[in-house]
Design a protein around this ligand. Structure first.
Ligand SMILES: CC(=O)SCCNC(=O)CCNC(=O)[C@H](O)C(C)(C)COP(=O)(O)OP(=O)(O)OC[C@H]1O[C@@H](n2cnc3c(N)ncnc32)[C@H](O)[C@@H]1OP(=O)(O)O
Length: 462
């Protein structure tokens, strides 16, 4: 025995290791083993060039660590119909074994995303392309058509079945708390969960919710065949006799993004707000890209809104003539209260959004910006300081501290006042240096956003 031990140490070590850590299962991240395809017909299921979705984060549906356990070589392929919004999951693996972390219940995890629209049998799923081919049409038949836009042909590289060819695109408005519409929304929930960051489903029984569907039909046909996108909007009461519209979720299906449908949907919502004399329109936690599209639209609307042109002109000419110092200046760079009110009343743009656009309007007014860039950056930097620190940001005894925050760079600062306003000078110097650095970084980012929006807006305005 002694001789054998001495002769075969490797085998023995291996055995010991196995006893210590029996079949340890590292699991696999949901993001790595699940692929979801959006398909518009039977023939696209299993086809090599189907349209693959890019979900924000699949891991969040799978436990605390986002992992799936107990499967060897797991591959999950999900087909999501863009006709009826049913889904089917093809789950393939070599074998299952409990490696200490159990065997993940895939069916219930997938149901948390896809709910009742997840069908068990592939044949049933394939059948929906014929049995439910008129699904969208049957839902929107009683809807109110708000907008007509003859769409152009797009020569992009997207999947041919999902491409919007010569067709008519309309926005159709419906209350969510009616049977067919509530059911359609329920079938759209998986797309909302997968593609709208941080979203959760709306309450389809609440009469305050409306859905605005972007639907397309072929030019030579009367019936709608494809849903391109949608927005859910809540109507809040506003004292004494009006309402506010809040856009909660807006989604253009990925194959149709970047073709102007999001823009048209927002423009339609604004025209509803204007014609129904609502107080204003707000957007619930807009993503960066939606905020970009929204600010492009609003800037274009503001560029042709006469009542505010004198106020823009006054700020622009002051900025062209005077060198702004970093110190506080008595000139009023903000839009006057009357302009804020005119913009809200006529265009339904709320004050916060107007201030975002105001910066772009001043930038465009200074064109060509080069010789006024320094002044403009001071203006932006001062505005950001006020946003972050409050009006009296120059006062001693206030500091900015950084707070981890997943949502918004601009919210990562908190101001606090130290007791008696006294802070150790070395400590203060360090903090101020890093505050300055961080502020510079935020100003840089904001300058990039403004430049991009100004370029787009000038292009469309010209
Ligand atoms: C409150 C919330 O819901 S936050 C979450 C928002 N939703 C999401 O993030 C989900 C995923 N994203 C989406 O659904 C969409 O991308 C949206 C809703 C954000 C924007 O909708 P889209 O249809 O993609 O935007 P749209 O096409 O109108 O405008 C985007 C770009 O297309 C350009 N465009 C406009 N019209 C056309 C056209 N006819 N042809 C080609 N491009 C066009 C615009 O100039 C714009 O370009 P830019 O980004 O370079 O400025």
């Amino acid at each position: 025995m002694v001789g054998k031990q001495a002769a075969d140490p490797i085998t023995d070590n291996k055995k010991r290791r196995r006893v210590g850590f029996p079949n340890l299962d590292d699991g696999v991240e949901a993001n790595e083993c699940i692929k979801i395809f959006l398909v518009g017909g039977k023939e696209e299921v299993d086809a090599a060039d189907s349209f693959c979705l890019d979900p924000v984060d699949l891991n969040r549906f799978f436990g605390d660590d986002g992992k799936i356990y107990g499967y060897k070589d797991l591959k999950i392929t999900i087909w999501l119909s863009s006709i009826s919004f049913h889904a089917y999951a093809d789950i393939a693996f070599l074998n299952t074994s409990d490696g200490g972390k159990g065997i993940t219940d895939l069916k219930s995890a997938l149901q948390r995303i896809f709910g009742e629209s997840l069908l068990e049998k592939k044949d049933d799923f394939l059948q929906t392309f014929s049995t439910e081919s008129q699904y969208i049409r049957s839902v929107v038949v009683n809807g109110e058509v708000l907008h007509y836009e003859a769409s152009k042909e797009h020569n992009d590289n997207s999947n041919s079945h999902l491409k919007v060819e010569a067709c008519a695109v309309e926005v159709i408005r419906m209350a969510v708390n009616s049977m067919p519409v509530g059911q359609l929304y329920s079938r759209l929930v998986p797309l909302v969960l997968l593609l709208v960051d941080g979203s959760s489903p709306i309450d389809i029984t609440d009469p305050g919710w409306e859905i605005y569907l972007v639907a397309q039909r072929k030019a030579d046909e009367q019936e709608y065949s494809t849903l391109l996108g949608f927005a859910t909007v809540y109507r809040f009461y506003h004292y004494p006799d009006s309402s506010r519209l809040r856009i909660s979720q807006i989604l253009v299906l990925p194959p149709y993004q970047g073709q102007g449908h999001g823009r048209h949907l927002l423009e339609t919502l604004y025209s509803v707000a204007i014609s129904e004399k609502v107080y204003d329109v707000t957007v619930e936690e807009p993503s960066d890209y939606l905020q970009h599209v929204r600010t492009c639209i609003d800037t274009l609307r503001l560029l042709v809104f006469d009542p505010i042109q004198p106020a823009i002109h006054s700020v622009v000419s002051h900025m062209k003539q005077v060198k702004l110092s970093k110190k506080t200046c008595s000139f009023q760079f903000e839009p006057p209260a009357s302009a804020v009110e005119d913009v809200r009343r006529s265009l339904k743009i709320n004050k916060k959004q107007f201030l975002q656009c105001w910066e772009v309007l001043i930038y465009i007014g200074l064109d060509p910006i080069d010789q006024h860039r320094e002044n403009y950056v001071t203006f932006i930097s001062d505005r950001m300081k006020v946003d972050i620190l409050g009006k009296d940001s120059g006062t001693a005894g206030k500091q900015v501290i950084e707070v981890p925050n997943d949502y918004d760079h601009e919210m990562t600062f908190v101001m606090f006042r130290t007791p008696g306003g006294e802070v150790g000078s070395i400590e203060m110097d360090k903090n101020q240096a890093s505050q300055e650095e961080q502020l510079c970084q935020l100003v840089d980012e904001r300058m990039k956003e403004i430049t991009l929006i100004a370029q787009k807006a000038s292009l469309h305005h010209a």
